[in-house]
Design a binder for this molecule. Structure first.
Ligand code: ZN
Length: 225
């Protein structure tokens, strides 16, 4: 705790005064352009990754960056989505998974959840995605655990995007062209972000220069497929 209090001391004495005008502007209003849905994992830091000031990202964090379908109202996720879309009128929604995700590992190794009934309930609460992912695992027996984890992490992002689009506020905004959905996976070791391309059904590096570097291999893979 002392580390946190010391950090707050530095924020209060040095950082806050440097951004005093911004905090004054934000004191009674916010206009974030993006709803950022990501895992609670301590190694995923949206504002640091995106180099954002306060007031830019409206965040929703939970274990596994899960988005229950609108029929499942037991969590605060649907309320956060509705508020972001209908009140704050965000233009973009990002669903961001990450490497080495404990929730994804737990889906792959459900026995690890025996002493975690609340986590197990949350993963189940996410609706069909956990069951769908478990079935997917059974058909990918030839893959290593690391390969399966990567595939499941990417698949989870796609499933959660589908759940997201089912929420009435998002569905309405999508039909009116007022919001765009983005599916990302952040790699903790390299800092790289891969973005889902729905037209190609695959994830590609978010930055164009790194995307260009892997393009030939991606083309080759598509040719083989
Ligand atoms: Zn995670």
């Amino acid at each position: 705790m002392q580390q946190l209090i010391d950090g707050y001391g530095r924020f209060r004495s040095k950082v806050f005064p440097q951004h005093a005008k911004l905090f004054e502007k934000l004191a009674n209003t916010q206009h974030p352009g993006t709803l950022f849905i990501c895992c609670s994992d301590s190694r995923v830091m949206p504002e640091m990754m995106m180099q954002c000031d306060p007031g830019v990202l409206f965040s929703c964090r939970n274990a596994g960056n899960l988005i229950p379908p609108p029929t499942e109202t037991g969590s605060g996720v649907p309320a956060t989505i509705e508020y972001a879309v209908r009140v704050l009128k965000v233009q973009d929604i990002v669903v961001c998974g990450h490497s080495d995700c404990g929730a994804m590992k737990a889906i792959l190794k459900p026995e690890a959840l025996e002493s975690l009934p609340v986590v197990r309930g949350w993963l189940e609460h996410a609706g069909p995605s956990a069951r769908w992912l478990t079935r997917m695992l059974k058909t990918s027996a030839s893959m290593s655990f690391e390969e399966t984890l990567k595939a499941v992490t990417e698949a989870n992002v796609i499933v959660q995007m589908q759940n997201l689009s089912m929420h009435p506020s998002v569905d309405e905004a999508l039909k009116q062209g007022k919001v765009s959905l983005h599916g990302w996976v952040y790699d903790i070791a390299s800092g790289g972000i891969r973005s889902f391309d729905p037209r190609q059904g695959a994830f590609f590096p978010l930055l164009p220069e790194t995307r260009a570097a892997v393009e030939p291999r991606a083309k080759q893979e598509r040719k083989i497929a």
